[in-house]
Write a protein that binds this ligand. Structure first.
Ligand code: FMN
Length: 206
C-alpha cells in the first residue's frame, strides 16, 4: 500500500473542454491522496492553419499559458515513472486524436522495456454530439494501454451519475453546437475515475 501514488494525467485538447475534464479527474485523484501531474500534448497542426480560425487561435494562446505543452518524449519519460496514468482525448471521428496516437506511436521504447506493465490507468473523452463516438473513442484509447500491459479501470455504478453521463469505459462530456457547458454529472464521473484509479494504484504500488 502506498499512501500517495503518483497519478499522471495526459491529455490533448483543442477547445479546452478535455482540459476541464482533466482537472476534474485530477481533483478526484487528489481527494484520494494522489500526487498528480497534468501533461498536455501539443497540437500537431501547423500554426498558419490555427491562425486562420480566430477562435481556435485565441483558445490556443490561452491554453499555452494555462497548460504549457510537453513534447511526446518528455511525456513518455514521465509515463515510465508514474504509478498510474489516465489519458484524455476529444473524439475524432469516433477515435482518439492523432496527437495522442502519435505519442503512443513514439513509445516503442516503453513497450520494449515493459515499463508500463502492471500500471493502472483509465481514459476519458468528449464529443460534440450525444452518440458521437464517446464509447468507441474511450475504447480506442485502451488499445495501446493493453498492448503496453496496463491494467484498465473505468468508472462504476456506485457513482450513480454514471446512469446519466459517461460510460463504464470512461467519463465523457458532450460539448458542441447545442451545449457549450460541461455538466456537473460529467465532472462527478470524471472525479470518480481519478479517485478510483488512485485507490487501486495505492493498493498495487510497492
Ligand atoms: C476532426 C474532428 C473530428 C471530430 N469527430 C467527432 C465525432 O466523431 N463525433 C463527435 O461527436 N464530435 C466530433 N468532433 C468534435 C470534438 O469531439 C469536440 O469538439 C471535442 O470533444 C471538444 O474537445 P476539446 O474542447 O477538448 O477540443 C470532432 C472534431 C474534429 C475537429
Amino acid at each position: 500500500m502506498k499512501n500517495n501514488p503518483s497519478v499522471l494525467i495526459i491529455f490533448y485538447t483543442r477547445r479546452g473542454n478535455t482540459a476541464k475534464m482533466a482537472q476534474a479527474v485530477a481533483q478526484g485523484a487528489i481527494e484520494e491522496g494522489a500526487n498528480i501531474k497534468l501533461m498536455r500534448i501539443a497540437d500537431d497542426v501547423p500554426m498558419e492553419i490555427i491562425k486562420k480560425d480566430e477562435t481556435w487561435f485565441e483558445t490556443h494562446q490561452k491554453l499555452e499559458k494555462t497548460y504549457p505543452t510537453s513534447d511526446e518524449f518528455a511525456i513518455i519519460e514521465e509515463m515510465s515513472k508514474a504509478d498510474a496514468i489516465i489519458f484524455g482525448s476529444p473524439t475524432r471521428f469516433g477515435n482518439m486524436s492523432h496527437e495522442m496516437k502519435k505519442m503512443w506511436d513514439l513509445s516503442t521504447d516503453l513497450w520494449f522495456t515493459g515499463k508500463l506493465i502492471g500500471k493502472v490507468g483509465g481514459v476519458f473523452t468528449g464529443a460534440s454530439s450525444v452518440h458521437g463516438g464517446q464509447e468507441t473513442t474511450a475504447v480506442s484509447m485502451m488499445f495501446p494501454m493493453l498492448h503496453q500491459g496496463m491494467i484498465i479501470v473505468g468508472p462504476s455504478y456506485d457513482t450513480k451519475e454514471l446512469h446519466e453521463s459517461g460510460s463504464p469505459y470512461g467519463p465523457s462530456t458532450i460539448v458542441g453546437p447545442n451545449s457549450d457547458q460541461i455538466k456537473e454529472v460529467d465532472l462527478v464521473v470524471a472525479r470518480s475515475l481519478g479517485a478510483k484509479v488512485t485507490k487501486i494504484a495505492a493498493k498495487l504500488a510497492d
